[in-house]
Ligand binder design. Sequence first.
Ligand SMILES: Cc1ncc(COP(=O)(O)O)c(C=O)c1O
Length: 380
Amino acid sequence: MNVYFDNAATTAIDPEVLKEMVNVLGSKFGNPSSIHSYGREAKALIEKARKAVATYLNASPSEIFFTSGGTEADNMAIRSTIDAYNIKYIISSPLEHHAVLHSIDEMVKAGKVKASFVKIKKDGHIDMQDLERLLKEHPKSLVSLMHANNEIGNMLPIDEVAELCAKYEAIFHCDTVQSVCHYPIDLQKTKVHFIAGAAHKFHGPKGVGFIYVNGNLKIHPLIYGGAQERNMRGGTENVAGIVALSKAMELAHKEMKEHAAHIQGIKDYMIQKLESTIPGIEFNGDTKGCSLYTVLNVMFPPTEDAEMLLMKLDINGIACSAGSACTSGSMQGSHVIEALGKNVDSRPVIRFSFSKYNTKEEVDFCIDKLKAFFKQPVSA
Ligand SMILES: Cc1ncc(COP(=O)(O)O)c(C=O)c1O
C-alpha cells in the first residue's frame, strides 16, 4: 500500500482539473496580451477564472490578481504595502510560513521597517492581549498573521484580529494558503486587506496562486514588466494554471462540507488510534480545538533513531513530513515547534496531513507500521 499523508505540502491534482488544464495547454495557446482572436480567447479564459475566484470569495474581480503561488502573494502583500504606504512597523508571529517571515527579515535588514512578533500561548494560539498591546504601541502598522498554520493546524480568530486591526488603523494581511477552499471565506464579512492562495493546496496545479487586494488599497507591483494583471504583475500569464486554479476552486466549493466531514473523520480516527496504541504520544497545537481538519502534528515518545522515523515511514510506503516542505529536506528543527517551547529531545515530530482521497484503511496501515517501530503492546 502507498499512503500519501503530506497534503499540507501539496495535494494530488483532481482528474477533472487536469483535464481542463490539458485542454487549455493544448488548444488555447494564444498570448492573452495579443489582440488577435487567439489572444482574446486566452484573455477571456483568465477573466472568466478571475470572476469565478472573486465569486467564491465574495470579492470583486478587480480585487483578484493571479500570481505564481502563495509565496509570491505573501511577498507582494508585505513588500508592496511597505513601499506604497510608507509602513514603518510590522506585527507578525513566530509561527508564520517562511514566505512571510523571510520577507519581513529582508525588509528589516534593509532598514525599511521594524518588526515585533506577538506572544504565542502554549496551545499555539496567538495571545490576543499581546497583539492589542503591540497595536496600541504601533498603530497604523502592517499586521501579517496566518489564518491556518501549515505545521500544527491552529486557526486564527480572523474576524477578531481584523476588528483589532481596524481599531488601530492597521493594514491586515492574512496568509490563507492552508484554509482557502477548505473553509468558506467571505470577504464582505471578513475585513482583511490581503489574503493569499495557492492552487496546489486544493487539488490544483503547482506554480499558480492569487492575491486578494482590498479595493480600497493602492499598492505597487512586486514584479514589474508588461501591463498584465492591470499593471499589477508583469509577465505573460499562466493561462492553463489560472483556469485550473478556478476549476479546482469550483470543485472544492461544490463539496466542501462533505470533504470536510470526511477528512475530519480521518483525523479523529488517527488521533484515537495513536492515543490507544502508542503510550506517551502528544499532539502539537490545539489539535482537538480550533485547528485545521487536514493537519495532525504528532510528537512521538523518545527513540534512539528519532531522525530516522520519517525515512522509515517512507521506506514503508507512507509519505508524511517533519514540518513544512521547505525545511523537511534539511532535517532542521521546525521554527514552529521551537516557538511553542516544546522539548523535542529525541522525540520525532511528524506532520500527517490529509485530503479527500485518504481513507481509514490507510490510517490502519500507518498505525500498524508505527506500532512495529515503537514496539508497543497492541491494544484497541
Ligand atoms: C501557510 C503557507 N503559506 C505560504 C505557502 C507557500 O505557497 P507556495 O508553495 O504556493 O509558494 C505555503 C506552502 O507550503 C503555506 O503552507
